[in-house]
Every structure is written in C-alpha cells, then in structure tokens.
Design a protein around this ligand. Structure first.
Ligand SMILES: NC(=O)C1=CN([C@@H]2O[C@H](COP(=O)(O)OP(=O)(O)OC[C@H]3O[C@@H](n4cnc5c(N)ncnc54)[C@H](O)[C@@H]3O)[C@@H](O)[C@H]2O)C=CC1
Ligand SMILES: O=C(O)[C@H]1O[C@H](OP(=O)(O)OP(=O)(O)OC[C@H]2O[C@@H](n3ccc(=O)[nH]c3=O)[C@H](O)[C@@H]2O)[C@H](O)[C@@H](O)[C@@H]1O
Length: 440
C-alpha cells in the first residue's frame, strides 16, 4: 500500500516519516520547492528532536521520497493524507483554501479507488466539502472513480512529535464506509496490533473531537493562569494549588502549569475556530470564549507586572530569555513573547533577546520594532548590562543558568520568572529582586 502525504509542514513531515517507519511506502509532497529541496538533501525544514534520525533511516531504506509533483503523488497513492495548513481568517474561522486546493488536485488526478484522509484540523462539514469538491472535478472530467473520505485528526505536540506519533494516546478515525475503515486499520496496523486505543466513529464526531480536545486544554491553562493572578493578589501559591488540584485523578496535574499565556500554531487558532463554528450553528461557546479572553489578558498582565514592579521601563534594558511559544521548537506562531515584547517596547523599554531556536523567525515577526531589539549570542550575552531579566519560555538551558554569573553581569537586579523555573533556588530571592508567577 502506498501513502501520499500532501503538505510537508509540521504534521505532514512527521506523519510521513512515521508511516515509513511503520513499514509503508510514503510519498511526501509540498508546493514549496525549497522545502522539498531541503528534504531531498536530507535536511529537515523544522526543528523537531529525533525526526532527522528516523527520516534518514527510512530514506536509506527507500521507503520515503519527496516531491513537488502532485499528479504523481495522487496517481501513485492508495491513501492520500491531507496535511496542509488551516490558518485563521480575520473572523477567527478556519481558512480551508489549502485543503480545497488539494481536493481539486485529487479530483484532477484520481485514477482509481483512493482513501482521502483529512489530517488537518478542520471544522465540521469539511469532509463533505472535500467530497463535493473532488466529485465536481470528476464530473467536469466526465470520469467516475470511487473514493472515500476519512477524518483522522492529529494530536501530536511540537517538540515531542516523534514520540506522540510512535505511541499516540489514541487514534481517532471518522468514517462512513467500511471499506475505508479496513484500509485505515491496515495503515495503522503497527499501532492497531499494539493495542493503541482506536476510536472508530462518524466523521462529524471525529472532526469535533480535535477542536474539543485543544479547546479543553486551552481552558485548563487559562483556568490555572487566572488562579495565578488571583494567588498573587491574595498571597497564595499557584504551584501548590495546581499540585493539590492535580492529585485529584478527575483533574490530573497535566496542563496545570501557570505561565504567560498559551501560544503556538494551534490553541489560539483552534479555540477561535470552534467558537466560530458554535456561532454559525447558533450556539455561543462561552467557556471557550472566556479562555480566549483570559489568555489575552494574561499576556497583558505580564507586561503590567514588569512595568509596575520596575516603576516604569522607559529607557531600561530588559533581557528576554525564550522567544518560541514553548521549548524544543523554533515555532514563533502566536508566541506570548511577541505580545510581551511589543508591550514592553510600547512602554519605552529596549530589549535584548535570546532563544535557542526561535530567533530566526522572531526577527521577521518583530520586524516592525526591530530597532528596539538586540538579538544576542546566548543567554549570558542577553542578560549582560540588563536592568531586568524575563524568563518567558522554559528551555532546559535556562534552568541550568548560573545565577551568580547572571548577577555579576546584570546592571539591575529584577528577575521576572514567568515559568517559575528558578523558584526553588535557595538564593534566588536574596540575590535578585525576584518575581515569580502566582506565588511569593
Ligand atoms: N503543528 C502542529 O503541532 C499540529 C498541527 N495540526 C494541524 O495540522 C494542519 C497542518 O499544520 P502544520 O503542519 O503545522 O502546518 P504548516 O503550515 O507547518 O505546513 C503546511 C504545509 O502545507 C503546504 N501546502 C499548502 N498548500 C498545499 C497544497 N495545495 N499542496 C501541497 N502542499 C501544500 C505548505 O506549503 C506547508 O508546507 C493544520 O490544520 C493544523 O491545525 C494538528 C496537530 C498538531
Ligand atoms: O493541535 C495541535 O497543533 C496541537 O496543539 C497542542 O500542542 P502544541 O501546540 O505543540 O503545544 P503544547 O505543549 O500543548 O503547548 C501549547 C501552549 O500551552 C502552554 N502551556 C502548556 C501546558 C501548561 O501546563 N501550561 C502552558 O502554559 C505552552 O507553553 C504553549 O504555549 C496540543 O497539546 C496537541 O495535542 C495538539 O495536537
């Protein structure tokens, strides 16, 4: 069985490589020639720990190839995964133009029975739209080929994508044809026989499961972030609150870490998209809307916290450590660092920034305020002569920083630890004007 993966971004490249690792023949296709050229040279266009090793192994075994040729991909695949982006439009709804572009191409080149698998995160009803699009093109071609659509949402986390795909918590398959369900069992044979939980359900439920899962996690984070703000006001400790809450098996300790707000390519866009779906169906999703608003508030509160504690930041130099939306990724999409840096610059601060992976993308995302930002070689270079240091992303190397060295080279003594990574250090409070999040 041959698999075509259309879209070689985060999800497509990981999915393609893992399916090859499962022993399938895979063609990875993308419209961006530079991306495919990199892959053909054995380079991975994203920063994802562990991916290159598995990719190299499967390229060498001849199980995976890369192309920009959509005709070849469609014609020679039995199963076609759609893994293109579904970015937000201005009104928050998911933009389906890339998904429907792929559907058009499938209609154009389909030459026999195919299972079309939607991996992209899409609103309810998209499978039907993809089906209609393919059928319309087939009608224009005056051709008749059988095909089925399956919804198979992806739950991988960036930075942990390889492990998440090799050992998923669950695999969701939305289907409306037994033939397609049997094909999907074969695609995921390795997981199926290893007792990974499979949810076989209807397509609408599968499409909704994805948004519901991301929205629930976003709600959980916004909830604990609000507890952090409250804890600061009432003199409580948010980490103790989260620990005690998490001991209740019904709550669980995961995704209860307070921080400067959730970011990334998915929580911000998917929460807005599901609220938009609710609106279209006449149902106001107030809990999720609340989480979105709390997340915006959280980022602004971080700016206020810094500005107020420092008695204004005009003319002051602030070191920002960690730009990517979370550790182990170079992804800057909707990273809280962007709003926080913009807020500080608006208040007159100069920024010295360092991130192990996010700087390249940060430079163009923050291009409009570039004259206020100096990008640094490493974490110590960033804190040198700074009036304050702000930890935004909990990269491992920031946890291991020498606080003494930091103190020696900083000009001021403010440390805003928005991830509480140094909170347990016995000396941090005596060495610095230390401001953790949601606790003393
Ligand atoms: N990034 C993540 O961690 C996760 C993303 N998702 C979902 O998966 C989908 C893809 O996300 P990412 O991989 O992050 O997106 P991405 O933006 O990294 O990659 C999308 C790729 O699709 C390509 N593309 C666009 N139109 C194309 C076409 N007509 N033919 C071939 N290739 C085309 C683009 O060139 C790009 O390389 C989205 O719906 C996202 O919500 C789901 C789970 C995790
Ligand atoms: O649909 C998607 O794209 C993916 O979105 C998230 O994965 P990801 O965005 O890679 O990252 P997470 O680890 O979930 O973190 C998201 C944001 O929440 C923040 N977060 C997470 C956990 C927590 O306790 N506190 C917290 O502030 C992180 O710092 C980060 O900004 C989901 O975890 C994946 O299951 C899903 O597949």
């Amino acid at each position: 069985m041959r698999i075509g993966v259309v879209g070689t971004g985060y999800v497509g490249s990981v999915q393609g490589v893992i399916l090859a690792e499962f022993g399938l023949d895979v063609i990875c296709m993308d419209v961006i020639e530079e991306k495919i050229a990199l892959l053909l040279q054995g380079k991975v266009p994203i920063y994802e720990p562990g991916l290159k090793e598995i990719m190299d192994k499967n390229v060498a075994a001849g199980r995976i190839l890369f192309t920009t040729d959509v005709k070849y991909t469609v014609e020679s695949s039995d199963v076609i995964f759609i893994a293109v982006g579904t970015p937000p439009k201005d009104d928050g709804s998911a933009d389906l133009k890339y998904v429907l572009e792929v559907a058009q191409n499938i209609g154009k080149y389909i030459n026999g029975y195919k299972v079309i698998v939607n991996k992209s995160t899409v609103p309810v009803g998209t499978a039907q739209l993809v089906k209609e699009t393919i059928q319309t093109v087939l009608n224009e071609r005056n051709m008749e080929y059988p095909f089925d659509i399956v919804s198979n949402p992806e739950f991988l986390r960036e930075g942990k994508a390889v492990g998440d795909c090799l050992k998923p918590d669950r695999v969701v398959i939305g289907f409306d044809s037994d033939r397609a369900a049997e094909v999907m069992k074969k695609v995921y044979d390795v997981l199926y026989i290893n007792e990974t939980p499979f949810i076989f359900t209807d397509i609408e439920t599968a499409e909704t499961i994805k948004y519901a899962s991301n929205a629930f996690l976003a709600v959980k984070i916004s909830f604990i972030n609000e507890m952090a703000l409250l804890a600061e006001k009432v003199g409580a400790n948010v980490q103790e609150i989260a620990r005690a809450m998490g001991m209740d098996g019904r709550i669980s300790p995961k995704f209860l870490h307070a921080g400067p707000g959730y970011g990334g390519s998915c929580f911000p866009k998917d929460t807005k998209a599901i609220v938009d779906i609710g609106r279209k169906y006449g149902e106001e999703l107030k809990v999720i809307q609340g989480a979105i608003e709390a997340n915006e508030k959280q980022k602004q509160r971080m700016v206020e916290k810094i500005v107020n504690r420092m008695n204004g930041v005009k003319g002051k130099t602030i070191a920002i450590l960690g730009l990517s939306f979370k550790p182990e990724t170079d992804d800057m999409r909707d990273a809280p660092s962007i709003d926080i840096i913009n807020g500080l610059v608006k208040n007159g601060a100069r920024i010295k920034a360092y991130c192990p992976q996010g700087m390249k993308e940060a430079k163009w995302r923050l291009a409009t305020i570039e004259e206020h930002i100096q990008y640094c070689e490493n974490e110590y270079d960033a804190v040198q002569n700074a009036d304050a240091t702000v930890f935004i992303t909990e990269w491992h190397q920031f946890r291991g920083m020498s606080l003494q060295r930091m103190k020696d080279i900083m000009k001021g003594d403010f440390v805003f630890d928005l991830r509480n990574i140094h909170v347990k250090d016995r000396h941090v409070r005596t060495m610095f004007n230390y401001c953790p999040l949601g606790r003393n």
